[in-house]
Design a protein around this ligand. Structure first.
Ligand code: ADP
Ligand code: MG
Ligand code: ZN
Length: 477
């Protein structure tokens, strides 16, 4: 049978603040266990939570960026469950009155732009961390009370690839807002994926499973693709899908059942009496809206119209805020934006990816001025593009200007006609067979000869001049 996949996501984003959601403990990552705790985040009786204002404001920014309606009325609820990582035995969250609702995010798919509706976004506190050793389970409450914004989609995603696109787009927006570092490995972005399948044409949704424990976007995509196949096999075999939570095992590349619906909790939500509801006036919300930065989509359009970049190039450059900023910095100093773009998307991105360096670091490693100075040297025929590619990593690692490296290693392009003529004469005598082929019209033969000249000059010969001189010498012979 043919099935349609239905996916809905619950994404937990850690919002950057110096202190926790309801107390003044630090949110710093990696501190010795239980050193960032106090009576409030440990849930001591009599201690009183106070909402972090910066967290609220950042959350409103995110809500507006994903086109949600932001509620004026702010209320928190207690969600009860018993687990050692939760000292109060309840988590402060938002239940029936979330901060934001009815938003959407438009993603690029093979079939064009698709709108993914966002059901709600609500504020909550994180739990602690359990560390299991062979003999005991230890708990670290440093994480307890870390501010989270949970963003829940409608079941509008229909494939693992669409899910990947949604997450990439969401992350890009969060990074543009500078409200989260979105580092899945540190747990500052976590995603539960709900997935079901249904026969094509069926209206009602199939029974879903909830996937947890993926620690990269790729892991989420792999887990979903695995789960689609697993569910299809079940239905094809005449079995029912059991509503359950399943964990992704990265090494085995499989999902495993963690708990079924029967074991599901009754959270007994009720309003937190320690946190008095309050209102955020519309003017404050509008002021936050006015101060929002330019978002990836708008930036992409601007890069196309202002710099004449292609749709594709503008998409890549605008997807990362820091890459976009870098590009515009460089374009101010150098008048061939397309050329900057090619270098950024080619050798530079390649270098960053291979060395696992985030784009935000690029401006320090290779100040735009250093890049454009190198590009100018290519334009002025002082160095070839090939040499430029070779010295780029050196400019980055040593911090030296291109001109210095060129001088030190004697890499300037040979544009001296008589010098090139004598090298080419030599190449022609050494390769008479190829020269005959060239005379009979084989273009590849020319490329071979140019290659030989490049070899002799260690890539320093000016390629246009080499081409012209070879043709001249052969025509004259
Ligand atoms: P739960 O109470 O189990 O958390 P919710 O109804 O709150 O379930 O939905 C959680 C997420 O699961 C949402 O993103 C929603 O879009 C998605 N979802 C709900 N039902 C389905 C389904 N049948 N198939 C796929 N996703 C679903
Ligand atoms: Mg859920
Ligand atoms: Zn605290």
């Amino acid at each position: 049978m043919k099935y349609e996949t239905v996916i809905g996501l619950e994404v937990h984003v850690q919002i950057n603040t110096n202190t926790k959601i309801f107390c003044s403990c630090s949110t710093e990552f990696g501190a010795p266990a239980n050193t960032h705790t106090c009576p409030v985040c440990l849930g001591m009786p009599g201690s009183l939570p106070v909402l972090n204002e910066k967290f609220l404001k950042h959350s409103i920014k995110v809500a507006l960026a994903i086109d949600c309606t932001v509620a004026n009325f702010i209320k928190f609820d207690r969600k009860h469950y018993f687990y050692p990582d939760l000292p109060k035995d309840y988590q402060i969250s938002q239940y029936d009155k979330p901060l934001a609702s009815n938003g959407h995010l438009d993603i690029d798919t093979d079939a064009g732009i698709k709108r993914i509706r966002i059901l709600r976004a609500h504020m909550e506190e994180d739990a602690g961390k359990l560390i299991h050793t062979p003999t005991a389970s230890l708990v670290d409450y440093n994480r307890t009370g870390t501010p989270l914004l949970e963003i829940v989609t409608e079941p509008d995603l229909n494939s693992a690839d669409e899910t990947y696109a949604y997450l990439t787009q969401l992350k890009s927006i969060l990074e543009y807002l500078e409200v989260s570092d979105c580092d899945m490995e540190k747990g500052s972005l976590r995603c539960d994926a709900n997935i079901s399948i249904r026969p094509i044409g069926q209206k009602e949704l199939g029974t879903k499973t909830e996937l947890k424990n993926m620690n990269s976007f790729k892991g989420i995509r792999d887990a979903l693709n695995y789960e689609i196949k697993r569910q299809e096999k079940q239905l094809d075999a005449g079995n029912l899908i059991i509503q359950e939570t399943r964990l992704w095992d990265e090494t085995k590349q499989k999902t495993f059942s963690m708990r079924t619906k029967e074991e599901a909790h009754d959270y007994r939500y009720f309003p937190d009496p320690d946190l008095v509801p309050f209102t955020v006036d519309s003017l404050t919300i509008e002021n936050i809206r006015k101060a929002l930065p330019e978002f990836p989509k708008a930036k992409k359009q601007r890069l196309i119209s202002e710099y004449d970049l292609s749709e594709y190039d503008a998409g890549v450059i605008s997807a990362d805020k820091h890459l976009g900023l870098y590009f515009e910095q460089a374009a101010k100093q150098y008048n061939n934006p397309k050329n900057i773009c090619n270098w950024l998307m080619g050798d530079i991105m390649n270098y960053l990816n291979t060395n696992n360096i985030p784009a935000i670091k690029l401006k320090d490693l290779l100040p735009p001025k250093k890049l454009t100075a190198m590009l100018e040297m290519i334009d002025q025929n002082i160095i070839s593009g090939k040499i430029a590619k070779k010295i780029l990593p050196e400019i980055i690692t040593t911090g030296k200007e291109a001109s210095v490296i060129i001088k030190e290693q004697n890499l300037s392009q040979i544009s001296d006609t008589s010098e090139l003529e004598s090298i080419i004469k030599q190449v022609i005598t050494e390769n008479d067979k190829v020269v005959e082929e060239l005379k009979s019209g084989k273009d590849q033969a020319l490329m071979f000869l140019v290659g030989q000249v490049m070899k002799k000059t260690r890539g320093k010969a000016n390629p246009q001049m080499v081409n012209a001189i070879i043709n001249k010498q052969i025509n004259n012979s």
